[in-house]
Design a protein around this ligand. Sequence first.
Ligand code: TXA
Ligand code: MG
Length: 482
Amino acid sequence: MASRKSGANPTLSHGAYTHCRTKIVDLRNLKLPMDTGADDDIGASFYTKYSPQVPFPVLADFLLAIHTLRTGLAPPVAFPTETVYGLGADATRSQAVQGIFDAKNRPSDNPLIVHVSTLSQLRSLLNRPIPEIYQPLVEKFWPGPLTILLPLPDPNPFAPEVSCGRDTVGIRMPSTPLARLLISLVGKPLAAPSANASSRPSPTTAQHVKEDLDGRINFILDGGPCQVGVESTVVDGLCDPPEILRPGGIGIEQIRALGGKWANTVMIQSHHHPPHKPSSSSSTTTNDRREPNLHTSVNGDIQSSLASTPRAPGMKYKHYSPKARVILFQPNTDPETGGQYIEKLALESSSSHPHIGLVTTANWTLFAGLLVSPISISTAADENDDDDHHHHHVALIPSFLTAGRLQVFFSSSADGKEAKTCTIYNVHLPTPAQLARHLFAAFRTLDHLSCDVVLVEGIPDDADHLAGAVMNRLLKAAELVI
Ligand code: TXA
Ligand code: MG
């Protein structure tokens, strides 16, 4: 099954698995207890209480997935968490962890987060207490979308590939019961990055994982769509002041509210900055309003951030990108600016019938106020795309997706009436929580609808505890900020 090793990871020994029959194991009907505490072991009562809830063939697949994780010799297994789907392997075995890097084509210097199911499991791995400083975080946010950096235990039970040469290990206790059940039944901590192919948008459904990793892994455990939709917040409390290395499901203000040292928590800035172009719009309505500067509000001082070393190594890579070009509009940009930009893109497009994606959020109305003739998604899909999988993907976020047809006119023609038609696919996600939950799915859907450009209305990064994380992902995905 093992093929030649992948070029991206020259240190790896066995290479990617390439002939797997990737199977989605439907565990959506498993009714596990929600809101369990950080010490509760969901796995303890699985065979007596919960296993009869799923049909035997499904149970058999699940047990096989658990078995392959235990052997450490088989491909990693994808599983749901509250943030995004993870690609898990036994964190204590090198070969198992290497399988993750191979399946994702992940750069070999980007460390992995280790997932535990209970505090007692973590304590037994550490061989010493969890540093005092983390006490309030663990109490307040675990299980949940928070990853903390701990000093590497001595002796270190984790495979060296987990930390990639760092003297810390990132640990997280997910809140999704299925994730904790899996970890508990495997009986090992699971190293797990997001289960996308490297640089693609993170997967928030089992189908997204299949899109990216089909043939490269055997099992995708399906627990339904992820609730949070952006990854965990990665926090380093070992330094003073504490640092957020990656914004995520827990907001900086929630952490600062813990008080003490945490009150001074700072955000460490990422390295990928898309070019920033001031709006070329002729609109003057926003001139007297203070325009929030995206790079100041989201990224802090751009100069100092460029000078600093990336502390979360993942931040230096281009990330989260759909195939389409992403153009991000600063929060509070006038919708007309977006509308004018769509017309300009449609006219300049080399295609005779361009498809343009639009993600509207807090303020923009549908189609950024442009006059479009509404069309049904299936009409648009039938006419413009022969991708078989199409309807399936569109179905993922149906209630948020609208399509419309726009006529744009070339002013160069003699009577100014020479026209071109473009189709706009508008995903409307008005609240920060909806934007976080569905952003990656929106990117994937708009790709399937053959959009070659996606315009996104940004939101102020302090609009909500998830807003900073969403804007961080958007800035990384964006080719241009307007
Ligand atoms: O929500 C999440 O965190 C998801 C789910 C599956 O749990 N996982 C995830 O993993 O997003 P990944 O590999 O896509 O991102 C992990 C991030 C990367 O930016 C990585 O560089 C950083 O965490 N990281 C992990 N261990 C680290 C360490 N020891 N020091 C600094 N950064 C670390
Ligand atoms: Mg990732």
